[in-house]
Design a protein around this ligand. Structure first.
Ligand SMILES: [Zn+2]
Length: 179
């Protein structure tokens, strides 16, 4: 950030009185522009035992598989965001259930919340963000072609919990991403 979004004047980095970190502060109106982590929401959409995954049409990790997920918008709940992202990325209508994983990724200043979800029908299709959208049973999951560690952690816990007949919440702290 170089200019104040309130008045347009230049920004400087300084630690405000009583604060403990440098912040982007306006040199004219003194507005403090806080920058905080972003929340990513998504789900593992299930229909008759199979789950829906997307092949990414965009970088990063273009061509690799992921569950539908994306940044929360202002004014929506985490579940509403997961439902919206599923529709946008797979054309499928999901009923969002309980959390599978809540993952902190401090290196990227992100928190990811991934939910269980049921689809109302098997309707789905490719979108601008997903070059291919298809159902997988557990034995077909392309573990070596998943886009991110967040995807593999979430799918692993989803299938383990489903096998055990439980819906646990798994809190995970992720280090630097390695590909
Ligand atoms: Zn200003």
């Amino acid at each position: 950030m170089k200019f104040c979004s309130a008045c347009g004047a230049p920004i400087t980095m300084l630690t405000p009185v009583g604060d403990h970190l440098p912040r982007a502060v306006c040199t004219v109106c003194q507005e403090i522009h806080y920058v905080n982590p972003k929340v990513v929401v998504g789900c593992v959409p299930e229909f008759e035992g199979r789950i829906l995954l997307c092949r990414r049409a965009i970088e990063p990790r273009k061509g690799f598989w992921t569950m539908p997920a994306g940044f929360m918008e202002n004014g929506e709940t985490a579940r509403e965001g997961a439902r919206r992202e599923t529709l946008e990325e797979t054309q499928a209508v999901a009923t969002i259930g309980e959390l599978i994983t809540m993952m902190s990724i401090p290196m990227m200043s992100q928190v990811h919340m991934m939910f269980r979800a049921q689809l109302q029908s098997d309707h789905h299709g490719a979108t601008t963000e997903s070059s291919e959208v298809r159902f997988f049973n557990e034995a077909e999951i392309p573990w070596g072609e998943l886009a991110f560690p967040t995807v593999s952690h979430t799918l692993k816990h989803f299938f383990e919990d489903r096998e055990r007949g439980v819906q646990a919440l798994h809190m995970i702290d992720l280090g630097p991403v390695k590909f």
